[in-house]
Design a protein around this ligand. Structure first.
Ligand SMILES: Cc1cc2nc3c(=O)[nH]c(=O)nc-3n(C[C@H](O)[C@H](O)[C@H](O)COP(=O)(O)OP(=O)(O)OC[C@H]3O[C@@H](n4cnc5c(N)ncnc54)[C@H](O)[C@@H]3O)c2cc1C
Length: 369
């Protein structure tokens, strides 16, 4: 996508989000005092189904509304809720997630972006990476290290940063799909008000768990990739529906699709009962990863030698090639498959934890690259 097309898309998302807010359809399950509708999960689902029938998107607000908003609702002060929540819902503030760093992805608690207190502000120095949408975001939720003398999980703080603050440099990174969807973000003496801390200083790991749970739910429930019907249609148009091996693969694809639907129902039942996303979200994230991987492979197998073409040379303008290439985004972003398996093993199945000798030592003493 060119920079112009992307800017157009961002504006369309802002406009649609503003329209939703103006008509009382933004934040259906959020409290009405912060601009939401105070409705139920079932109502939100019905609205999402209806919305998906028309060609509109508020996709650039996914981080804000899917991840930051629920975190602020759970942990924010009244001032933070009153300032941030309505501005997400009305299309004013697009957010990004400044968590990962070059040395801290799966091992997120190993992050080393430094925040030092100076009166009512923190002075932030460091580097973030893989930050989706940083180049068009207004705000970022950032994890910073505020204490080096305690074990790594204990010295982290969750803070909101205005992306237009002096000292922030955003550099795009191009992905295998050809799009520059994410970025490196360099922070040099960036001043952030202490009032922007969510929860307590040094207690950000707990807050981050809320954010990450919501992220897994969002990715798991997002139905990434194309639906089964599109794959079946592709099999028909490629004349492959009589091939017994392909028929088996299509049956497996359908099974994956249905399994995800049922896992989604389970997540919605949990939300309906008022429970926050739990470690079961890792099961959904893993199931979505498997689906995009297997379906991406199947789509190109269906196309045969034509699967090697891309863009306008390929069938459907290369939609299935994009699906194939995009599988790694889904499989890595929001926590890799291996990490989801660790979470499931330890927190769902109760298996013994991985050996983590770095869990008790002050962060300052840990070897870092
Ligand atoms: C499309 C996309 C968008 C993203 N957007 C954002 C964003 O907006 N904001 C943000 O903060 N981050 C973002 N990320 C970053 C993402 O969260 C990290 O890439 C992810 O957590 C993995 O970290 P890493 O890349 O450092 O890989 P590493 O942690 O270095 O992992 C490398 C490999 O080692 C494996 N591994 C690591 N530790 C273990 C272990 N303990 N047990 C078993 N295997 C292990 C991993 O599974 C992986 O295969 C995005 C990533 C992608 C792909």
């Amino acid at each position: 996508m060119s920079a112009e097309l992307e800017a157009e898309h961002v504006q369309e998302c802002r406009d649609w989000q503003a329209t939703l807010a103006a008509n009382g359809w933004a934040g259906i399950t959020w409290p009405s005092e912060y601009g939401g509708r105070g409705g139920t999960v079932a109502q939100a689902r019905i609205f999402a189904q209806e919305e998906s029938r028309v060609l509109v998107s508020s996709g650039v607000f996914m981080v804000a509304i899917g991840m930051v908003g629920p975190t602020i609702i759970q942990h924010g002060t009244e001032e933070q809720k009153n300032f941030f929540l309505p501005r997400m819902l009305n299309g004013e503030h697009v957010w990004c997630q400044l968590f990962s760093e070059p040395g801290a992805g799966s091992d997120l608690a190993g992050l080393a972006t430094r925040a030092e207190r100076d009166g009512d502000e923190f002075v932030v120095n460091g580097q973030k990476v893989w930050t989706s949408g940083a180049h068009f975001s207004d705000w970022g939720m950032m994890l910073v290290r505020t204490n080096w003398d305690v074990p790594k999980h204990q010295g982290i703080t969750w803070i909101a940063v205005d992306m237009r603050s002096p000292g922030i440099e955003v550099r795009p990174l191009r992905q295998i799909t050809g799009y520059a969807h994410f970025n490196e973000v360099f922070l040099t003496d960036v001043r952030v008000p202490v009032a922007n801390v969510l929860g307590d200083v040094d207690n950000g790991w707990r807050i981050a768990q809320t954010t990450l749970g919501n992220e897994r739910q969002m990715i798991g429930g997002g139905g990434s990739g194309v639906g089964f019907k599109a794959l079946a249609a592709l099999a028909r148009s490629c004349g492959r529906t009589e091939d017994p091996v392909i028929r088996q693969e299509l049956a497996k694809s359908y099974t994956r699709f249905e399994l995800l639907n049922w896992l989604g129902q389970r997540a919605k039942a949990r939300a309906k009962a008022g429970l926050p996303p739990g470690p079961e979200m890792s099961i959904m994230k893993l199931a979505v990863s498997e689906r995009v991987a297997r379906d991406g492979d199947l789509a190109l197998a269906l196309e045969g030698p034509g699967g090697m073409l891309t863009g306008s040379d390929a069938l459907d303008d290369g939609m299935f090639q994009q699906l194939f290439l995009n599988q790694w985004s889904v499989r890595i972003g929001g926590g890799t498959e291996q990490i989801q398996r660790n979470v499931i093993g330890e927190r769902v199945l109760g298996l013994p934890g991985e050996a983590r000798p770095d869990k008790t030592e002050p962060f300052r003493n840990l070897p870092r690259n």
